[in-house]
Design a binder for this molecule. Structure first.
Ligand code: NAD
Length: 241
């Protein structure tokens, strides 16, 4: 029977590569995103809207057993604690953390009923090490690492595995947006900043979304049946320093 993967934020960057790989591996993919994509079955959804997420996933679960959830939708925000407004803080948390909480909660009844399931939360290397001027984002990604661990413990009895993936700097539209914002504010040259960013990674390059997709696919597969509650770093060696 065709396996089912629900992904959030599958229309761009890392999420798009994941959706493409799962489709290629013959999964039925449901993509909950703000912006449409031709890959998988698109479901228009704002992950910060609890009712929308719950309704869409509950409807999918009426027709299908959900094998995999990839909670990937996320936004970046630059700012230290003082210049992060309450509204900015709430926005980052409502998408990055509450969005994941709602999606995980919504897939659990289907996974519990089938006594299996794989949940992958897209955290970041910033779950493990802080980066400057990234207060709300750092905090949100550390929360996802904790969400993976606590979900792994609470649902191990149902054979449901939960892991967090912690990518380093990956070349996606989000990355380019963050660099553009930085250069606009600092007046620095984008090509220069880009090569400096690559030089920060021990492998001397940025990661590609396809590389993260391969890790997510492995974690969802039957080759990873003893892996749960883990933080999987994929960062070109950045956090080994
Ligand atoms: P991206 O901006 O290219 O893609 C993000 C996707 O999420 C988009 O399709 C966007 O429409 C969707 N999205 C955003 N807000 C949403 C919302 N409220 N509801 C539904 N969908 C929404 O970003 P990316 O770089 O591919 O990042 C994907 C994930 O990986 C994010 O959680 C990000 O924090 C994480 N991450 C990225 C990097 C990196 O360097 N690019 C590193 C570590 C972790």
């Amino acid at each position: 029977m065709q396996k089912v993967c629900v992904i959030t934020g599958g229309s761009s960057g890392i999420g798009l590569s994941i959706a493409q790989l799962f489709v290629q591996k013959n999964y039925q993919v449901f993509n909950l995103d703000l912006t449409p994509s031709a890959v998988g079955v698109f479901k228009q959804c704002d992950v910060s809207n609890t009712q929308q997420v719950t309704k869409i996933i509950t409807e999918i679960a009426k027709e299908h057993t959900i094998d995999v959830l990839v909670s990937n939708a996320g936004i970046h925000y630059s700012g230290n604690i003082e210049n992060t407004t309450e509204a900015d803080f709430d926005k980052v948390f409502s998408i990055n953390v509450k969005g994941a909480y709602t999606a995980v909660k919504a897939v659990l009844p289907s996974m519990k009923a089938s006594n299996k399931g794989a949940i992958i939360l897209m955290a970041s290397d910033q779950a493990l090490v802080a980066k400057q001027n990234s207060f709300a984002y750092n905090l949100s990604k550390a929360s996802l690492a904790s969400m993976a661990k606590t979900t792994a413990l609470d649902y191990a009895r149902y054979n449901i595995r939960a892991n967090a993936v912690c990518p380093g700097t990956i070349e996606t539209p989000l990355y380019h947006k963050a660099i553009n914002n930085y250069c606009e504010k600092s007046g620095e040259n984008k090509a220069q900043v880009h090569s400096e960013e690559a030089a920060l990674q021990p492998l001397n390059r940025l990661g590609q979304p396809e590389e993260v997709a391969e890790l997510v696919y492995f974690l969802a597969s039957d080759k990873a049946t003893f892996i749960t509650g883990s933080l999987q770093v994929i960062d070109g060696g950045y956090t080994a320093q």
